[in-house]
Design a binder for this molecule. Structure first.
Ligand code: FAD
Length: 542
């Protein structure tokens, strides 16, 4: 009998690993990870992603070694590596998880499929999230998600190694790979052991702050789960996290209402994780094209490089925006609201197209997950045609979520001596006050790159005009049918909201009555459930 190859991709764990389970049940196996130079050189990739993946591989490799299995790490193009292995010792089965990646991985998977067919290798791919391949209709999607996450987690299988004399390649440095170098000094580190520790601390303590804590950039770093990079590289499976969360919910006492709501809200985000990824899976073109093609030409030909530069260098002049960029550059992470605000500022007052902004942010976010990222980029830029357009005012956001300027002063040293009165609009400071700020050499307080109010009003008008176009209106239903949340549509028809309250079976009305306004805003924002309807057709400013 031949052997099977388990191809690890963004599923760097042994637990709840359907491909590993199937290969082990079949017979001897070889565990493979391919470092694909062309993948890491893609414009949406940065060295932080690669280094995080290598940290995950160290953990994975150690876990396999304990079980007397080698992780073979090879550098090269996927088809070339598979060919080498096949020439050394022919195999007839390839096992992996399905991947909803960027355009590069999509094309590479097609090439691997062709190679497998030509070489008589059966490639079986397994689901690792609630995303459904070749989905025909969104009807019943939520039910299928629930079935997927509720199925038993797979234990680490007993594995039988295929005796092989092959050796791993030494992973090249990011420099040698010629990739974009960006590695935030305070980013999270990879690996399953770290992922478990982060999950534990969230379930035990931090999730009690989830409700009410996720919007402010001050509380969010601890109130949010911080599981996103571990989900993106598959150190933990989505199912493991949902089930751990539900077990914790069962153990919470009757007086832990706030904690309970936090965990329930968190599970709803895990549902949205797959909901957004499904959009890219169903329509890979949304990585490049507007989800609603009626918005084509809106911003494409008006790219202003000086505005883009001000944004990427964190000198827009709006303190909360610049402080968020400073934090992102140091940590590789931002909470949802600050991400949405950055994109809103880019898309509206700065009138930048989502594609170059999205490439920049993909490199900056350690947790870059193409399916979530491109769907969110489009949603926050108003090009889906089906979501409520939210325009975030960075001055209002600062006074709402950083009222004492702690966040701004922490990340922007030049702002430390600016008196509270001018903290959110320092350009209004009289020269005499500015002088008393004692800026050191090289420190500047930038002027706003554009006049916010006028630019935002102009942007809203342009978007609104496009949205009212009869052709654009008519084409909306097609997008809604393909990508819209059936729950949102059902809710509008008076049906309950399932994934905000799945464990208790409460209905939206009951929960929303007990929430305060800010919690409700967090929930709507984060999930991004809103779709435009007759009553909310004009963009709202937050
Ligand atoms: C423009 C933009 C780009 C984004 N790009 C990414 C990305 O590349 N990768 C990514 O994981 N998230 C992305 N998000 C969603 C969200 O901001 C992050 O998931 C979250 O900040 C990660 O931190 P956390 O794990 O502590 O979040 P938690 O609040 O603890 O959420 C838990 C998990 O739920 C999922 N999730 C949470 N919020 C959302 C959401 N709104 N949509 C879809 N899934 C969600 C994520 O998998 C997250 O890890 C993006 C949001 C915006 C506005």
């Amino acid at each position: 009998m031949s052997y099977g190859v388990v191809w690890f991709k963004r599923d760097l764990r042994l637990h709840d690993h359907a491909a590993l389970e199937a290969a082990s049940a079949r017979g001897p196996l070889l565990c493979l990870y391919i470092i694909e130079p062309d993948l890491w050189r893609q414009p949406d990739m940065a060295s932080q992603h690669y280094l995080f993946a290598l940290e995950c591989l160290e953990d994975l490799s150690a876990s396999l070694r304990q079980r007397h299995i080698q992780l073979l790490v090879r550098v090269g193009e996927a088809v070339a590596v598979l060919t080498q292995l096949h020439q050394a010792a022919p195999f007839d089965a390839l096992f992996s998880h399905e991947e909803t990646g960027n355009g590069f991985t999509y094309a590479r998977d097609q090439a691997v499929h062709r190679w497998c067919r030509a070489h008589g290798v059966q490639w079986t791919e397994y689901r690792q999230t609630g995303v459904i391949r070749r989905l025909r209709s969104r009807e019943g999607w939520a039910k299928r998600w629930e079935q997927f996450v509720a199925a038993p987690c797979l234990p680490v299988p007993v594995m039988q190694a295929w005796p092989s004399a092959l050796h791993s390649d030494v992973p090249p440095t990011p420099d040698a790979l010629g990739m974009y170098l960006h590695n935030p000094p305070q980013r999270q580190r990879g690996g399953r052991r770290r992922a478990i520790a982060v999950l534990q601390s969230f379930l035990m303590e931090r999730s009690a702050q989830y409700r009410g804590g996720i919007s402010s950039p001050l509380s969010a770093p601890t109130a949010c789960s911080r599981l996103s990079p571990y989900l993106a590289y598959g150190c933990l499976s989505l199912r493991e996290i949902v089930q751990a969360c539900r077990r914790k919910l069962e153990r919470l006492g009757p007086d832990a209402g706030h904690h309970r709501k936090g965990l329930q809200a968190f599970v709803s985000r895990l549902h949205w994780h797959c909901h957004f990824m499904q959009k890219l899976e169903s329509e890979p073109e949304i990585e490049w094209h507007n989800m609603h093609r009626g918005y084509d030409g809106l911003r494409e030909n008006e790219h202003d490089e000086s505005r883009m530069e001000a944004l990427t260098q964190g000198r827009t002049g709006w303190p909360l925006v610049d402080a968020s960029i400073a934090m992102l550059n140091q940590t590789g992470w931002l909470n949802f609201r600050m991400r949405a605000m950055l994109v809103s500022v880019a898309a509206y007052p700065l009138w930048l197209h989502w594609r170059p902004v999205g490439i920049w942010l993909a490199r900056c976010f350690l947790d870059y997950e193409p399916g979530i990222h491109w769907s969110q980029m489009q949603m926050q830029s108003g090009t889906t045609g089906i979501n409520t357009t939210r325009v975030y005012n960075p001055i209002k956001q600062a006074s709402d979520h950083d009222p004492h300027g702690k966040f701004i002063r922490r990340w922007l040293p030049a702002m430390r001596q600016v008196p509270d009165t001018w903290l959110f609009e320092p350009w209004r400071m009289p020269p005499a006050v500015l002088e008393r700020c004692h800026l050191s050499d090289g420190q500047v307080i930038p002027q706003p790159v554009i006049e916010l109010e006028t630019a935002t009003r102009y942007a809203k008008q342009r978007l609104h005009l496009r949205r009212r176009d009869p052709e654009v209106k008519a084409a909306k239903q097609k997008v809604l049918t393909r990508h819209g949340s059936r729950q949102t549509q059902a809710r509008r028809n008076g049906k309950p909201r399932r994934y905000d309250t799945p464990q208790l079976g409460l209905q939206l009305d009951e929960t929303s009555r007990s929430r305060n306004q800010s919690d409700l805003a967090e929930s709507e924002d984060h999930a991004g459930t809103g779709t435009t309807d007759a009553a909310r057709r004009s963009p709202s400013t937050r």
